[in-house]
Design a protein around this ligand. Sequence first.
Ligand code: NAD
Length: 337
Amino acid sequence: MLRVGINGYGTIGKRVADAVRAQPDMEVVGVAKTRPNFEAEQAVEKDFPLYAAVEDRVELFDEAGIELAGMVEELVEASDVVVDACPSGIGEQNSEMYDEYDTPALYQGGESADFVDTSFNARSNFSDANGADHVRVVSCNTTGLSRLVAPLREEYGVEKVRTTLVRRGGDPAQTGRGPINDIVPNPVTLPSHHGPDVKTIFPDLDIDTLGLKVPATLMHMHSVNVTLDAEPDADEVRELLEGESRLFVIPEHFDIDGAGKLKEYAQDVGRPRADIWENCVWGESITTEGDDLYLFQAIHQESDVVPENVDAIRAVTNSADAEESIRTTNESLGMGI
Ligand code: NAD
């Protein structure tokens, strides 16, 4: 069993902890938190040993009556791999601690790509992370774009990707985020950071991205145009995308007209936290005009990186190849809606 520690138990960390626990070859050694909030209570409720991330906050846990298993350093020492899911920038600061205990670490998309050995997307570059010490699982949007680009490159070749990302203003729990009543080009200059980020996975890809922010918390929406090196018809592309385990091509008869119904569907099928780990591509949006492909896809920002973190754990420990890891992760989580 691979012993996995999770440092940072918020939106991403708590989901990764549940996903790791669901794997047949992994166990959660513990989770580390800075504050005794509702998520800390839940960690204890779920029997995840809880470690304090900051020494001088230990007494806050004592005051709240939450029992600690120790300090984060002990968690790192006891782990074969640490998943760092701290807010952007903290992961890089933590990297010295992981080195000190000789524990390989995974970071999230908010971290810089510069200090890690490789950025990671399971479908696209799994083996680049084999044996690495510092691996960055790319952001929700970059994960969504990489999963789509990988099969298109393999099957047809890609001349250029142009994508407009309509981004949710914040996650449901992020009370401080906005916009509240606006539609904001963000950033107003081109490219948004997403295109360069996708190039950490496909260095030779020609990609331009534009970003906006809207007052929504449900999902991101991508309007995608890919110029291919071939001229397939739309049905062929659709069949290709339907064959990808982390792409959900929404059938027309589902009558799902937006992110709201997608989340409702996720609740109906009993997904934990109404999570949607797959890219959601509208089947009828898949259109080709000569060598140009167009489509819309929705990305659930809080959860699409979760299976990728699980696969990255197997990649850094050399415990499975991409195909086997993706299959095990998908089956354990119950993917495929
Ligand atoms: P979050 O704020 O929901 O969770 C972060 C957690 O880390 C919180 O519980 C916070 O208390 C804790 N924390 C803060 N400082 C810490 C420290 N020094 N040690 C240990 N824990 C600490 O943030 P999040 O949304 O889960 O984002 C985490 C990372 O994942 C970021 O890099 C972010 O860019 C990336 N990411 C977020 C999303 C998303 O939509 N939320 C999607 C993909 C990637």
